[in-house]
Design a protein around this ligand. Sequence first.
Ligand code: ADP
Ligand code: ADP
Ligand code: ZN
Ligand code: ZN
Length: 859
Amino acid sequence: GPAAPPPPPEAADPYVRVRGAREHNLRRVDVAIPRNTLAVFTGVSGSGKSSLAFGTLYAEAQRRYFESVAPYARRLIHQIGAPKVDEITGLPPAVALQQRRGTPGSRSTVGTVTTLSNLLRMLYSRAGTYPPGAERLDSDAFSANTAVGACPECHGLGRVHRVTESSMVPDPSLSIRDHAIAAWPGAWQGKNFRDVVQTLGYDIDRPWRELPQADRDFILFSDEQPVVTVHPVREAGRIQRPYQGTFSSARRYVMRAFSESRSAATRRRVQRYLESAVCPVCEGRRLRPEALAVTFAGHPIADLTRRPLADLPGILGPAAAPADGGDGGPEGTGEAAAALVEDLVARIEVLVGLGLGYLGMDRTAPTLSPGELQRLRLATQLRSGLFGVVYVLDEPSAGLHPADTEPLLDVLDRLRAEGNSLFVVEHDMDVVRRAGWVVDVGPGAGRYGGRVLYSGPVPGLRQVEDSATRAHLFGEGAAGPGPARTPRTPGRWLRLRGVTRHNLHDLSVDLPLGVVTAVTGVSGSGKSTLVDEVARAVTAGLHGDAEDPGDARDPGDGDGHRPDADAADDGGEFGEGGDDGGEPGGPGPVAEAVEGLDAVDRLVRVDQKPIGRTPRSNLATYTGLFDAVRAAFAATPEARARGYAPGRFSFNVAAGRCPTCQGEGFVAVELLFLPGTYAPCPTCHGARYNPETLEITYRGRTIADVLEMSVDEAAGFFTDVPAADRSLRTLQDVGLGYLGLGQPATELSGGEAQRIKLAAELQRARRGHTLYLLDEPTTGLHPADTALLMRQVQGLADAGNTVVLVEHDMAVVADADWVLDLGPGAGDAGGRIVAAGPPLDLVRTPVGRTAPYLARQLA
Ligand code: ADP
Ligand code: ADP
Ligand code: ZN
Ligand code: ZN
């Protein structure tokens, strides 16, 4: 059984002790975990690791914290509920770095998340070199997010929208009467404009290009608004009275329509005549001229925030050295600079060590992967000076090439050495091997799990026969997803030329069709960028235009796959996610597909974006499973007698749902410090439906009972509803049998969301010419689950489809037919294809940083 030494007096007890934990599927778990140790929580997905680490240990630490700082919050905490556990002793305050929650706002950047921006601004404020006579600026003046700092021309955006003659007059051979000024509105309003121009004495019948430049400039760009009396000429047989017409230049019209029109269609129409350009005042640097005039080490602040972090120590360090102190600042500046630079450089070096040196401080948070964000936060903790806390982490190795895992472990070690404890949910066996303690949860998922199979030093897990982790941890070589396959031989190819974006420059990419390709490389080498560009090129080829990259996204976002068809009254949540805030200036040129495009007739992107952003979506609504379930309820004799249609059983439709919470099951609770906290609805207690709806049962269960079921339970229940049964079985096939049907989308991890999308895709009829793009599908997966997933992936290729996956798990890479290894490094040091071929070829002629790890896997 679990190795829990008998408890000594609490103060001297080096263990966190949990008694009777019952959160979710945990079965009265007792466990003791030493403090000041790297402790990992392992087990198949759904076994209960997070329920123990986050749902119990972290939740309890957080509850105690709130009680201590805000006793009045007790009542609210009572509503939210404490974790279900008898007792926890020896628990330090906890900090959670969890991937699925707390994505920062779109104004956040690498600089703000890491607090590097504050330090850098302080450096410029206090120790920068100012032009002669200039006043010292406050550090806020170096932020484009403040009124005092933002460039007044572009309001800190760095770009402006503007019109040009060629954007508004695409065809200068036309006359004004023949609509040369395309930017003007159509119909009667356009005619007004033309009449006014004619009344003002301009020739509206000559081709535009023959008009004098001064006339053209006035008509297009003037800020004047002369008023004239227009005597309309007969047009199309209609007679009009004279009227007072006001002139408005084409620019004025476009800008006002763009910024003020209430009609989205009008805004969209005039946007076509706007060009987005770098702001001429700040040159894209987003700050006021006064702030940009201040330099440090010869650079304005904006030059440093856009560089890769890795460049900064080399620039800042020498400038702050005592010998070089004379940078024109007032007395004491040298010391202030030295201290700030020392702090900045130390923080940046941690980030560089974690393989994040390719990021720039101005990179916005929505463009970062969850793994990048978590590592940024982790590194920030290193300098926070906290000790005696427990950090609870969720798969910190996600998104990491094996070569990047070492530095991550070093950071975890340093946090521990500073006197902290680390509780880490992990699937990467290299991390598990380095841990001082392992808590293995299982043996299966959901109700087949929920027990602690082992808690102790790692080697002891070898003796635990029930453990699914054991074989993967100790059984070297046997860790692959199955017996070695003979790789498929590529036949046809998709060949792209001129792939250019981020760190990829005019790259040529040859992708084999009909096989499984793994794209590998260290973090920042360009894998996601490459896959995005493949998606764009294929989308452009499929639709004959490149303007709408939204088409290339996952099945939930576009193309009529709107799983909960009756979710009509809550405003299109499934339509979200098409626009993730991208970069200013648009997506840029699309690579040219020179071969193979005709062999792809559909593109499916299976990514880790949430399947919905409100608790109203869940896997049942997303996959369409719920449609079948509701139909089954509506077909019961009682429902038919009462005239309840399937819509009645949707919590998105007013007739059937609980009026208090409008079908959410929860109500928002206002709690200081804890935005977005929910408590169960006081009326329906989480059931979501009104009592009349709940009077209808299908085989003895209400619709609310069904939402409480796990996929596994439901699969045994709906065997006679074919559509539901098919959905449920595909969900089991991707290892999601443990998930609850009604578990809100907002509670699902990125990996779970991705597997739900994959299942939704798998339950459709198979066709042979689809290109599937998968972004690190093994995130959140225990090796045992990875094997399950790969069987599905191989099935797609067996049916003639093409699968491209970005992957770090060498067991998966070894199981692919073809490998594209990007690198050799990150950022500008990457972006090239260093090796391409079947996995064994990569190992035989090793180049690049992936080959050695792949060799170990294939040994
Ligand atoms: P792991 O971290 O090992 O993947 P979890 O602790 O997330 O597993 O899940 C354990 C069990 O608890 C699963 O059956 C899961 O469906 C269930 N569960 C997890 N979160 C919730 C939730 N918010 N509500 C209901 N059940 C949940
Ligand atoms: P990988 O997927 O291999 O981790 P990425 O494709 O995310 O690498 O990144 C490759 C390079 O492109 C890096 O230098 C990264 O900073 C840059 N990059 C990625 N996304 C963006 C973005 N949205 N804006 C600016 N630069 C980006
Ligand atoms: Zn500007
Ligand atoms: Zn309710």
